[in-house]
Design a protein around this ligand. Sequence first.
Ligand code: HEC
Length: 292
Amino acid sequence: MTMNTMHRLAAGVLALAGVAFAAPAMAAEGAVVPPRQSWTFSGPFGHFDATQLQRGFKVYREVCGNCHGLRLLAFRNLAEEGGPGFSESQVKALAAEYKVKDGPNESGDMFERPARPADRMPPPFANPQAAAAANGGAIPPDFSVLAKARTYERGFPWFLFDMVTQFQEQGVDYITALMNGYEDNPPHGVEVPAGKYYNTYFPGHIISMPKPLSDGQVEYPKTQDGKPQAPETVAQYGKDVAAFMMWAAEPHLEARKQLGFRVLSFLLVFAGLLYFTKKKIWSRVDGHALTH
Ligand code: HEC
């Protein structure tokens, strides 16, 4: 081993140790750690629940979509495998409810037309300035990758377990907690400026988004006995919309997890084959033969 590689190794070990010691500090500095929820899409066999994604999309469309865009999502994605499972005709009808800008036409003018399945979802605001002006200066972030972008450090030693168990649900746990984290009466001594709100789980607690959800606000599809498919509560709306946002951020999650599982099974079988091959080859070489 040369001096150079030794230096590099030492630097690597130090960097790893640094991560281990830095993690608890990051966890302590942020807001309250969101409670963990159970998700159908967690773990190596994770998959999305299409009915939950449809409910989440409804919550998005009727509530969040008034402020938050989903600019990477095309309507036709909603009919793709591993997603909410809308039919082609449902997607067509849905797209037609939105207007998109197109053009220029023959006389050089831009015009509006009903959206088609291949169109991306139109943004709720014409530009960032309009979004900020309507929201007290804060811009509602686009939802396209938000569920994967919002993570937090669970701190040592949890992040080691999280690596092994493939815990990737920080974002959805956080969004669910955020929906349920509004407090009308902030803790004693906390000033909430006009037009801002107090949320237990938002880093810094003072958020520009008004409490978006309340019980009974969004009507869910009914089951055969006439009851809603899932409780029409903030707790459930929050989970459903978070699941939908997770799908929007990673539409191919199911395929990725299936591939990962296949690769791992292959490696296991391959390791077994190698072991028996090695045994077979070396069985012919006994200690006695080697001494000759
Ligand atoms: C009236 C407009 C409005 C509505 C409706 C709305 N939001 Fe927001 N949202 C905002 C604004 C503004 C921000 C930026 C907050 C800030 O930075 O203080 C925000 C921020 C967020 C964030 C990011 C928080 C962070 O960590 O930065 C999430 C997640 C979010 N909203 C989820 C939702 C969900 C889910 C819904 C629907 C149930 C929703 N929002 C409905 C205006 C809105």
